[in-house]
Design a protein around this ligand. Sequence first.
Ligand code: LAG
Ligand code: CA
Length: 482
Amino acid sequence: YKNPHYAAGRSTMVHLFEWKWDDIAAECERFLGPNGFGGIQVSPPNENLIIRAHNRPWWERYQPMSYRLVTRSGNAQQFANMVRRCNNAGVRIYVDAIINHMTGTWNENVGTAGSTANFGQWHYPSVPYGRNDFNWPHCVIQPSDYGNNAVRVRNCELSGLKDLNQGLEHVRRMIVNYMNHLIELGVAGFRIDAAKHMWPADLRVIYDRLRNLNTAHGFPAGARPYIFQEVIDLGGEAVSKNEYTPLAAVTEFKYGMELSRAFNRGNQLRWLENFGTPWGLMASGDALAFIDNHDNQRGHGAGGNILTHRQAKQYKGAIAFMLAHPYGQPQLMSSFSFHDTEAGPPQSHNQEIISPSINSDGTCGNGWVCEHRWRQIFQMVAFRNVAGNTQINDWWDNGSNQIAFCRGGQAFIAFNNDSWDLNQTLQTCLPAGRYCDIISGSKSGNSCTGKTITVGNDGRAHISLGAHEYDMVLAIHRGTQS
Ligand code: LAG
Ligand code: CA
């Protein structure tokens, strides 16, 4: 369950948070496929409770009403069409699976597919689930439980969300049917929401009942879904990420916390020379690596000062480091802009999601940030693909916040997070020639729109990164020779 089964030569996933299925299909064909993206985490495709009282907050999608594939992102046919078109473009789809719980208790009780429920009776007829399918006796997780009570973390409600009992055959069957339906439609795997709140032994039973990936969508015979379990573990809790790594991959929240700290100048970049397990991170092959996610970019979920698109220069630095560094399976966040942390995606007066528009420079409009379309980010996706499975070599640093390294003989990157300029002749490990920096510009025909780097016969090149430049990164690779 730890292999994402990306198409050959691809390596990076992007979370298209709250995007509609039709828009994702178009994005696969016009942008993600051509630019070498490996996959997409999509918002939960199953029916959720409509919460008008909060003007359709993003978090209503974390309150399942049923496993019918109808949401504000689209219906079942649109979902299936998206998966097929993205797979054809070489881009895999991973579903955010909400299987720990159903909804909370609300006055409104209609879902996005029209289902109703009787919350007081724990009755969700469209699944169906009833009282006996939930954990008893009823209890709600208290903040102190996280420190010392794994049973309550698993068997009580997460913020009042009705807690399913995954130990029961009926519940397992409903969840497995839902996930297998998605696999049949061609998805490549799942994010397991709130995995910390479920027993690893129950999850193992569920995973083992999943079908192999659909060979009609280009997956090899016998391929298992890629599963990354959302477990927030910054240390010191009753539930540990290590209980989940034997099952499948796990979200490494420490990764983005430490890189955010470093690129915020809370730690010197030179210490990143041994970034990985020596820092308390899980093994590389177990990790889903990311800077920010939909929760911590708005102060939900894990704490910490996480960098987001709002601190653009520092953020692009951290993302470039993530994509240049071989650790883990990297995931990018693609956001809509917000001021209110509850606010849902851009919506029309009748509360339909408004599609992103695409500006002439390739960026998004209509309230969508589309970090994945930022030149400094998407060109680093190509860098990672070119670097392949090489390791880091020829590490250089100035004893402070200027660092550089090679990825085999494939690619080279330098960072300057100091308040003075970087001006050095450094080993790039690349064949002699002229290369376009993919951060300050791109390759255009036989020339560069940004910096041109001249590599000599000894592999060395003069690297200049001013402290006050627009970006703190310079990156070149074999695909940008001019
Ligand atoms: C997750 N991972 O474990 C998601 O990443 C996270 O976004 C989900 O919480 C959570 N687990 C449940 O799937 C989000 C919001 C919560 C919100 C919840 C359900 O962060 O704030 O709770 O989704 O919509 C909301 C209200 C609560 C209320 C609860 C129940 O904010 O005040 O008690 O609904 O009605
Ligand atoms: Ca639970």
